[in-house]
Design a protein around this ligand. Structure first.
Ligand SMILES: [Zn+2]
Length: 274
């Protein structure tokens, strides 16, 4: 196998947990999946897109030698749940709306990614248990607060914070130096910007010290305002562009940002699927 299948793994000790940030290479959309390691258990957040990456992620979790308490699936985009294939022996949980969204979108997403990557992506629909809701839970003595976010990067999203450790597991509410996917529309056609910015503003009132993005490397709380600023810029570009110049306008506005494919995906959903 080529380097395309190597995950980049970093470990961050914070309070009573150790966060393992596992990042897929560019062909796996540079997506992050996380392991929150407590004294006696592991909590997994998301499961990656491509089979080799998801499998490597599961193998890595197993090397830590602690039971996996559960797997949170934060939202219905395929780079966060396709890899559930390798976690079927575990309790996978999401918001109930995410289960419905996966049911609705999975076939289209599987067909699209199979056309791009063939056997390297999953071809089955895996559904999490619809057990997550806006609430606090305790796992191995650590408080996890679950937040239900509506109409942001995806229609429904789960964000998780550990208030005592001052950690926000933001997943796709935050991208760090990676192009934002802004192609999601609500059923009435509303674009993602207002809901997404409102969600980030709510989290700015908390004093987080570690913010874990869905794409790009972990950051401090300043990444929240940086993402709001980037969303405002993106909203302006969407309003002033057409299908012909959108991609170039975004690349010009964010030099040095990774994953051009995210811009192309936004363009497809904004201008072709209208
Ligand atoms: Zn993502």
């Amino acid at each position: 196998m080529s380097d395309d299948n190597n995950l980049v793994i970093s470990r961050i000790e914070k309070g009573r947990v150790c966060v393992h940030c596992c990042t897929a290479p560019d062909n796996g959309e540079r997506v992050n999946a996380y392991i929150v390691e407590t004294e006696n258990r592991l909590v997994i957040v998301d499961t990656m897109l491509m089979r080799p990456h998801a499998k490597a992620f599961r193998l890595y979790a197993d090397t830590l030698g602690k039971p996996i308490d559960r797997v949170f699936i934060t939202h219905a985009h395929p780079d966060h749940w396709f890899g559930m294939e390798f976690f079927q022996d575990l309790n996978n949980v999401s918001l109930p709306e995410t289960v419905e969204e996966i049911k609705m979108m999975a076939r289209l997403e599987i067909d699209f990614h199979r056309s791009q990557h063939g056997e390297l992506v999953n071809d089955k629909i895996f559904l999490p248990n619809p057990d997550a809701s806006e609430k606090s839970i305790e796992i191995d003595g650590v408080i996890f607060r679950l937040h239900r976010i509506v109409a942001a990067e995806d229609l429904f999203m789960l964000a998780i914070d550990l208030p005592e450790e001052k950690i926000l597991i933001a997943q796709d509410l935050i991208y760090n130096k990676v192009h934002l996917f802004v192609g999601q529309r609500s059923q009435d056609g509303t674009m993602c910007f207002a809901g997404w910015i409102a969600a980030l503003q709510k989290f700015m009132n908390e004093q987080y010290e570690l913010v874990l993005p869905g794409h790009g490397i972990p950051a401090d709380a300043s990444i929240l305002s940086e993402n709001i600023k980037n969303l405002e810029i993106m909203r302006g570009i969407v309003e002033s562009s057409d299908g012909g110049n959108f991609v170039q306008n975004v690349l010009d506005a964010f030099p040095g940002y990774g994953l051009r494919s995210m811009v192309e995906m936004s363009a497809f959903f904004l201008f072709q699927m209208k």
